[in-house]
Design a binder for this molecule. Structure first.
Ligand code: ZN
Length: 316
């Protein structure tokens, strides 16, 4: 992620009120307020008109990106030092791994009586490739369609939430573990990672900025943790709207695991929706033996649950 911005451009954006900073309660922080620069605050950039095909219609959204101030600060501090050392040519190489999130706003959120909101966790395989191993792609599409059909609403897209926060590389490994029999939560645990390490504080702060704390709105979700995290962050006025879509034979087991974990999904609905697609081939299945096949030629660690891989791929 290239994070450097010429300071003169940054000042112009601030003066034009296209670049703002907010605190965790969604309150604006003035550009001259340099107190607590290292505290948790967000920079918001936008609005930028974004035309999207939603269902059969073209909808112009207001796109904002937002990022933690501390992340930008790190890049800015390095960028300030490099030219002094005669290393200005290094500026284009100034990369960070910061998560740049987005919010798509439809309509006038300030005036709408009951806006519709979705907080969506990024999923490359589902959102971009259209994978059926999860329901993320259809959930994203349906949320945009539902929001654009309302007076006003917003979709918050959390870029750092891949694999419930473990990242794309680890998520890919958990897919192999799932094909060997583990469920989606056990697979995270097998990697020594949390079942769900997504942080919703950034999403809460951005919604507090756009909506205010006690403002009534509707939240598209089946996830009780997301609900409690947003509530605990000060968003107390929402009603939950179930968001079940995209069920298919490839993700039914995944969805059942989510239901067992606490997601508000009815087994009858899951079963019924699967039955409608009975023509689709059965899901993948990969035995541990298959996973370990070829180890003699290309040694790899055992992927059995709880196994302690040793160099060379041999268990004790
Ligand atoms: Zn997904």
């Amino acid at each position: 992620m290239f994070a450097y911005v010429d300071p003169t451009i940054r000042d112009r954006l601030v003066n034009a009120r296209k670049l703002l900073r907010i605190d965790p309660q969604g309150k604006l922080i003035g550009p001259d307020n340099h107190a607590d620069e290292h505290a948790f605050t967000l920079n918001i950039l936008g609005p930028i008109p974004l035309p999207l095909d939603v269902g059969q219609r073209l909808v112009i959204w207001d796109w904002y990106t937002f990022v933690r101030h501390t992340e930008l600060l790190k890049a800015r501090e390095i960028a300030a030092i490099l030219p002094q050392r005669g290393d200005q040519r290094l500026l284009p190489l100034l990369n960070t791994y910061m998560a740049v999130n987005s919010v798509l706003v439809h309509g006038d959120l300030a005036k709408a009586s009951l806006p519709l909101v979705r907080v969506h966790s990024s999923c490359l395989t589902g959102d971009v490739f259209g994978s059926k191993r999860c329901e993320c792609g259809p959930q994203l599409d349906k949320a945009l369609e539902a929001i654009s059909g309302q007076e006003a609403g917003a979709l918050v897209y959390m870029a750092g939430h891949e694999g419930r926060g473990i990242g794309l590389w680890a998520k890919a490994i958990t897919y192999l573990l799932q094909d060997a029999g583990e469920d989606t939560y056990q697979a995270n645990r097998s990697l020594g990672l949390p079942e769900d390490c997504r942080d919703f504080h950034d999403a809460a702060a951005i919604l507090l900025y756009f909506l205010g704390g006690d403002r009534p709105f509707r939240l598209l979700t089946n996830n009780p943790k997301k609900q409690s995290d947003l509530y605990d962050s000060g968003l107390t006025g929402f009603q939950v709207v179930k968001h079940l879509t995209g069920v298919n034979p490839y993700n039914r087991r995944y969805l059942l695991a989510k239901r067992d974990w606490g997601h508000q999904l009815d087994p009858e609905e899951l079963q019924g929706l699967v039955a409608e697609r009975a023509d689709v081939p059965p899901p993948f299945s990969l035995s541990s033996d298959q996973l370990n096949k070829g180890r003699e030629d290309h040694p790899m660690p055992s992927l059995q649950s709880g196994a302690e891989p040793l160099p060379g791929g041999h268990k004790s």
